[in-house]
Design a protein around this ligand. Structure first.
Ligand code: URA
Length: 237
């Protein structure tokens, strides 16, 4: 495929806007600036515009570091959404968050327009682990670790699947939690029945893919095919 068509398709630009970007030297192919709009791309070539990798695929997969105060939705009448944080990128795609984080929670949100992929990551029977850093209003005790491992029963009677709770060695008010299911407000409710408040909740990984810590709150980037494979490799069944 010609470079200008690829850039136009991937960055959702008109062909002439794509040519403008290429002429200004803002597009690289395999790390080298390429100013030839008719450059013939080969299989596996990696194209970036302004340092951001452009997806050649049918679907888009984005890793976003959600700041507090933003809702995990595509649109919202009142609050800023994770899709708003993309700043108008991919306007013709129906992007949505694959899995939610509470408005007050921060960290890794995966955005995509690939419904089947999102289903694979989210379906309870696929058991994709989600990892969180939590800051608590009480130190973690061995009894709490055991309760998480046994499966906490929420106030409404639902018993959660066993979960990992690992206190920080240096600070027992901070811990890592690993869940394999996604019940509404699950972590806050699990700690709630143990009379512990959650002051901070940050998702650090989905399956085998960790949040890129170089992404500032609110920043995002496309995930690489290798990272996508890491996510898919985490799904069971
Ligand atoms: N559990 C919660 O309570 N909140 C989140 O945002 C994620 C997991």
């Amino acid at each position: 495929m010609r470079l200008d068509k690829f850039v136009a398709d991937a960055a959702q630009l008109t062909r002439s806007a794509a040519r403008g970007l290429i002429a200004k030297g803002r597009v690289t192919v395999n790390g080298q600036v390429c100013k030839k709009a008719d450059y013939a791309l080969k299989e596996g070539d990696s194209v970036c515009a302004d340092g951001k990798s452009l997806a050649s695929e049918e679907y888009v997969y984005i890793m976003l570091n959600k700041p507090a105060g933003v809702v995990s939705a595509s649109t919202d009448g009142r609050d800023k959404t994770v899709v708003d944080l993309l700043g108008g990128a991919y306007p013709r795609r129906q992007l949505f968050p694959a899995g939610r984080l509470d408005k007050t929670s921060t960290g890794f949100v995966l955005l995509t327009d690939d419904g089947a992929f999102a289903h694979d990551i989210l379906a309870p029977k696929r058991h994709v682990p989600k990892t969180y850093r939590v800051v608590l209003d009480a130190p973690v005790t061995p009894a709490m670790v055991e309760a998480f491992a046994a499966g906490v029963t929420l106030a409404d009677g639902q018993t959660m699947q066993p979960a990992l709770l690992i206190p920080d060695e240096a600070d027992p008010f901070t811990a890592t939690v690993v869940l394999r299911q996604g019940v509404y407000h699950q972590i806050k409710r699990m700690f709630g029945v143990l009379d512990v408040g959650v002051n901070g909740l940050h998702r650090t990984a989905i399956g085998g893919l960790a949040l890129d810590e170089s992404l500032a709150p609110g920043a995002w980037r496309l995930i690489t095919p290798e990272e996508k494979a890491l996510l898919q490799g985490s799904a069971e069944g």
